[in-house]
Ligand binder design. Structure first.
Ligand SMILES: NC(=O)c1ccc[n+]([C@@H]2O[C@H](COP(=O)([O-])OP(=O)(O)OC[C@H]3O[C@@H](n4cnc5c(N)ncnc54)[C@H](O)[C@@H]3O)[C@@H](O)[C@H]2O)c1
Ligand SMILES: O=C(O)C(=O)C[C@]1(C(=O)O)C=C[C@@H](O)C=C1
Length: 321
């Protein structure tokens, strides 16, 4: 629908895992004429040039966005307000300002006030990542077969939304649009709570007596190993996510605490039937998650609608460890 390149010049503000992956992907698919960037450290600026991620990299975001028809903020969400204030007056007329941040209401709150009327603000979030950080962690396939969610505020220009959606589809993603509040509630459950649980489990294990700790490391082949991967995710990024999606995270955490207390009680009183029923229900949910990935939608209230297809728990590749 859109001729390639879809954008003449894209600016990445923050060149870490997501920024570098996006650069590699758009270049591979010829979606953008030129990629420029902004990075705070000289080391990152040099790496971005050495790896061919950008044709030019600036320290000052205001300088970096000059002449760009797409600006993507790819830094931790706690940095957005300051960046938006700095770049706002320098954004090109008719350009699109977007981002990849893991929360969306706070992004609209922090960036919105600095977006000039002649710029289209279309917040976004690729549901794709790994526990690694930095410009060397990126890979062009990261977004393939993954969702990208766009949360345009009411009244956003439809053509700008479609143009940005075409970019995400071009790098292999499936695109959905939704309200920012809904996004934050869904992601609190599917991404933020799991990370909090992983950080907690690994932290609990780290607090065990020394000899037990060694056993934990030695025998952590299955479930625990997966938790350690998630718990190795970037501390600054996750600090900012929890601080900026506080309400939704606290809500799902409350529900989680109630549910785990119910299981604790069942274990204490030897209520095997309660445990088994619960585990049967969650097994069916797992099937639903796989179905949803393949078909594009899943209603957790009706897990029995999930078919008995062979599970495909995700793609192998750089995410696996
Ligand atoms: N890692 C994931 O799994 C994942 C997935 C989807 C979305 N996200 C979101 O993407 C964004 C980036 O995450 P990432 O995984 O690429 O992190 P990262 O740590 O790999 O990269 C972030 C980069 O931003 C830079 N940065 C920090 N403050 C800056 C500033 N003021 N100006 C310019 N650059 C600055 C950092 O130096 C770093 O190089 C975050 O908002 C995160 O919520 C992450
Ligand atoms: O695969 C991982 O390592 C991730 O944690 C990726 C993940 C997720 O929770 O699914 C993490 C944060 C994002 O905002 C989007 C994706």
């Amino acid at each position: 629908m859109f001729e390639r390149p879809i954008f003449e010049r894209m600016c990445l503000i923050g060149i870490g895992l997501i920024g570098s992956s996006l650069s590699l992907a758009v270049q591979r698919h010829g979606l953008v004429g030129e990629v420029v960037g902004c990075a705070r450290s000289e080391a990152t600026r040099q790496t971005a040039l050495d790896l061919g991620l950008c044709s030019a990299v600036h320290a000052d975001p205001a300088q970096a966005v000059g002449g760009c028809d797409l600006v993507m903020i790819c830094s931790p969400v706690g940095t957005y307000a300051e960046i938006a204030e700095r770049i706002g007056p320098h954004l090109r007329e008719g350009s699109i300002l977007s981002d990849v941040g893991s929360v969306k209401q706070a992004v609209i709150r922090d960036v919105g006030p600095f977006v000039p009327d002649h710029v289209h603000f279309v917040p976004g979030h690729p549901i794709a990542g790994t526990e690694k950080s930095g410009p060397e962690a990126g890979f062009a396939e990261l977004f393939e077969d993954r969702w990208a969610i766009l949360t345009p505020p009411p009244g956003t220009d439809a053509d700008a939304v479609q143009r940005l959606a075409a970019l995400w589809q071009g790098v292999g993603s499936m695109v959905d649009t939704m309200d920012a509040r809904h996004h934050d509630r869904v992601l609190a459950m599917t991404s933020h709570l799991p990370h909090l649980i992983a950080y907690t489990i690994v932290s609990t294990a780290a607090d065990l007596e020394n000899h037990e700790q060694q056993e934990v490391a030695k025998f952590s082949a299955g479930g625990f190993r997966d938790f350690t991967r998630i718990a190795a995710s970037d501390p600054v990024m996750w600090r900012d996510i929890f601080l900026n999606n506080r309400e939704a995270v606290l809500d799902v955490l409350q529900r989680f605490n109630e549910d785990i207390t119910a299981l604790q009680r069942a274990i204490r009183w030897g209520e095997g039937e309660v445990l088994e029923d619960e585990f049967r229900r969650t097994r069916a949910l797992r099937q639903g998650v796989i179905e949803a990935h393949q078909a594009g939608s899943f209603d957790p209230r009706e897990p029995e609608k999930a078919s008995k297809a062979e599970p495909d728990p995700g793609k192998p590749g750089p995410r696996e460890s």
